[in-house]
Design a protein around this ligand. Structure first.
Ligand SMILES: C[S@@+](CC[C@H](N)C(=O)[O-])C[C@H]1O[C@@H](n2cnc3c(N)ncnc32)[C@H](O)[C@@H]1O
Length: 432
């Protein structure tokens, strides 16, 4: 099967002008994301097989920018032709990736046109050529901010209001800065370019190679958005108490908990992701008991002082670094995830010692996976209560909601580079 695929690829690429291979890969990749609904980072592996690292990175950059600017690019395409180009025809896909190169990545026009036309493969080459010529003649520009896909803009306006939906569009227009979490308070003189965001947390401008940053090998820090660092912060110091870190891989929160003195049991169902967790622990010199298990069936031997459930979710809150999610996730998947989270929350609650703490978190901007999930849990478990988060427990610029839960939104810290969208609830188990 793989042989047949690579034979077809070889045939398709014979006679291609130089530079076409990463664009062909970009076309395969955007098809995998938009038509098959595959996550970009997973589909990238197959779609870019055989490419040199620089070409692979270019193919992924083309697709990321195409996904960010797709609604705006489609408006431009449709303004230039009376011919109806269906959403899923190849000519539209070729135009989308070509215009993303031209308008978002600033690639030279001659290279964009020369490498786009062979991709149309028997489709309307003249139309594609005419639209790309028009883009140059009329000096097309993208708007200041990328538009969210229409169903997302509508859903988020309904849930959070127009200001949040607009802030999300602004945040979506470029990849986010790089946040680092430190095991110990960093020395500011070693990080003069960085912005301090809270205890043991620095923000750096994007575009730097993480492995080349000071101290990577020594392992005193790891990459983690400030919002993603909040759940573990809200459990405080461990003082050798036991915490179950459920859905733990690749281990951002595991490392925080271990460095805060917790005795950590990290559980995740994915062997591959646990491999990354183990690499992270080795690099940072932190330790945890690591278990591969599906928490729908796995059982701990004994209850724990605290349980952190970083539940699987639609990940719509991390749309800045994963621009595919807003094109892939639909209401049916939100409902499906909410159902799984309810099951996992019910199981996690059984494993908390009397009077202990359960921390529930998701990186989703959907109420069904956050506020509604926890209010349903508390409505059915009258013996449980919220353990409200105080404003003084959070970094500046982030405030708890009226129930003492934490909801990070794209409007927060917007001037400083923004935040991922998370929901975090700290709950107290009955004292027995
Ligand atoms: C949001 S990610 C976790 C991120 C992680 N806590 C961190 O801070 O790096 C969700 C994780 O849930 C895991 N997962 C999904 N369903 C699971 C299940 N039924 N049992 C255990 N782990 C599961 C996935 O493999 C994934 O690693």
């Amino acid at each position: 099967m793989a042989d047949r695929r690579s034979h077809r690829r070889r045939q398709a690429s014979e006679g291609d002008p130089p530079g076409t291979a990463p664009r062909r890969a970009a076309l395969r990749l955007i098809d995998a994301v938009l038509r098959r609904g595959d996550p970009l980072d997973i589909a990238a592996h197959a779609a870019t097989q055989g490419l040199a690292p620089a070409d692979r990175a270019f193919a992924i950059a083309i697709v990321s920018e195409t996904l960010r600017w797709m609604a705006d690019i489609d408006v431009l395409i449709d303004s230039a032709t009376t011919q109806v180009l269906a959403d899923d025809v190849k000519a539209r896909a070729v135009l989308r990736i070509a215009l993303a190169q031209l308008l978002a990545l600033g690639s030279p026009a001659h290279a964009v046109v020369a490498t786009a036309l062979p991709l149309v493969d028997g489709g309307p080459r003249r139309l594609v050529h005419a639209i790309l010529s028009r883009a140059q003649q009329d000096e097309w520009r993208l708007p200041e901010h990328a538009s969210l896909p229409a169903p997302v803009a509508e859903r988020w306006t309904d849930q959070w209001g127009a200001d949040v939906a607009n802030a999300a569009a602004a945040a979506w227009s470029a990849p986010p800065p790089i946040d680092l979490s430190f095991a110990l308070e960093p020395d500011p003189s070693e990080w003069s370019e960085a912005l301090a965001l809270g205890e043991r947390h620095l923000r750096l401008p994007r575009g730097q190679a993480v492995e080349a940053m000071p101290g990577f090998q020594e392992g005193g820090w790891w990459v983690q958005d400030l919002a993603a660092s909040l759940p573990a912060r809200l459990l405080g110091q461990g003082a050798a108490r036991r915490v179950l870190d459920l859905c733990a891989a690749p281990g951002g929160k595991t490392m925080q908990l271990a460095s805060a003195g917790w005795d950590v049991v990290a559980v995740d169902s994915s062997a591959k992701r646990l491999g990354r967790l183990n690499d992270n622990l080795s690099r940072t010199g932190l330790s945890a008991e690591v278990i591969q298990g599906d928490i729908r069936t796995w059982e701990p031997g004994q209850p724990a002082d605290a349980v952190l459930l970083d539940a699987p979710c639609t990940a719509t809150g991390i749309f800045r670094r994963h621009p595919d999610v807003l094109h892939r996730i639909e209401p049916a998947q939100i409902a499906e995830m909410a159902q799984l989270q309810a099951e996992l929350l019910g199981r996690a609650a059984r494993w908390v010692k009397p009077g202990g703490t359960l921390l529930y978190a998701t990186c989703s901007l959907e109420r069904a996976e956050g506020e509604e999930q926890v209010s349903t849990f508390l409505a059915g478990r009258k013996d449980w209560a919220g353990s409200p988060v105080g404003a003084d427990e959070l970094p500046g610029g982030i405030v708890p909601d009226a129930n003492g839960f934490v909801r990070t939104l794209p409007t927060m810290l917007a001037e400083a580079g923004g935040l991922d969208g998370f929901f975090i609830a700290r709950l107290r188990a009955p004292s027995g």
